[in-house]
Design a protein around this ligand. Sequence first.
Ligand SMILES: *[C@@H]1O[C@H](CO)[C@@H](O)[C@H](O)[C@H]1NC(C)=O
Ligand SMILES: *[C@@H]1O[C@H](CO)[C@@H](O)[C@H](O)[C@H]1NC(C)=O
Ligand SMILES: *[C@@H]1O[C@H](CO)[C@@H](O)[C@H](O)[C@H]1NC(C)=O
Length: 330
Amino acid sequence: MATHISFFFICIPLIIFSSLPLPTLAAKCNKDDQKVLLRIEAEFGNPNPSWTNQMACCDWYGVNCDSDGRVIGLSFFKDTTFNGTIPPSIGDLPYLQNLLLHKLPQLVGGIPTTFTRLRRITMLRITWTGISGPVPDFLSEIKSLNFLDLSFNSLTGSIPASLGTLPNLNVLHLDRNRLTGTIPDSLGNLVPPAYLYLSHNMLSGSIPRSLGSLQTSVLDLSRNRLVGDALFLFGAAKPTDTILISRNLLEFDLTKVAFPVNLTNLDLSHNKIYGKIPAQITALDNLQFFNASYNSLCGEIPQGGRVQNFDQYSFFHNKCLCGAPLEACK
Ligand SMILES: *[C@@H]1O[C@H](CO)[C@@H](O)[C@H](O)[C@H]1NC(C)=O
Ligand SMILES: *[C@@H]1O[C@H](CO)[C@@H](O)[C@H](O)[C@H]1NC(C)=O
Ligand SMILES: *[C@@H]1O[C@H](CO)[C@@H](O)[C@H](O)[C@H]1NC(C)=O
């Protein structure tokens, strides 16, 4: 009964209001922002005819406004007609909080320096585009950034250490580019629990110790050229959900690992990891993905828990692992 009463109290006013025309709300559109949007459209070569003065700019495709008609969100995606560079005028939208440029394969060049004027932006995503050149150092001037995703582009050069000075950065995606050099120590300063994706690049050297002190939720370093130890990434008390370090040149003794208790995904495959798989793995109740294949592991595969949910392909091509799902130990 109580739920029915609240249903009416909440829904009747909604129905009344939504049946009224909303001209004031729709017509509201920050005039300066509207001018900037038209400049952005021109810089893009006017590919989107839906942006016309007949409609309030807050109703334009891909535009999101706050209740005062200021542009807070802008997204362009799945469009092959944008064949120039990123419009520098985007930097003139002072209230912008969220920018998405996604699946624009003809978009080329770099990220414009005007983006440093975006003082309120928290989420910047430029993904699956043709942008190239280095990850710009000046991104570290955009202190409001919480979520930076530059994955699936053609970025080159090394990761600027200055990204680690961004006080609010919690999610960093630089995966699927052509980045080289080492992982900067400063990435250990991300806001925890951090989400760090650096896979599918050409990063080399050893993993910085600072990433061992960082509380991570997701750490994806797979498909790089990383060498040496990764033992310090683990630890039973860590909140980590996902550790992906496959296809590197990592070399350490797995016997000594204490897995994070809530670990869900672990890919160690294609490295030079030696030692045994610790029995503690049978206590990981959330483990859904596990791959230790193509390493130098030895000894009996621990039996129990979720371990036997994985088939031989999670364990094969090691030095001398044995027991189910591989052959019995001799
Ligand atoms: C970019 O797109 C415009 C409009 O579709 C076209 O006229 C121009 O030739 C294209 N330029 C390149 C370099 O593809
Ligand atoms: C593991 O998950 C449980 C349940 O969500 C949570 O209470 C606990 O704090 C987590 N442990 C760690 C080390 O994050
Ligand atoms: C583990 O990795 C190996 C080698 O890349 C692959 O053949 C196998 O299918 C993977 N197993 C799972 C469960 O993904």
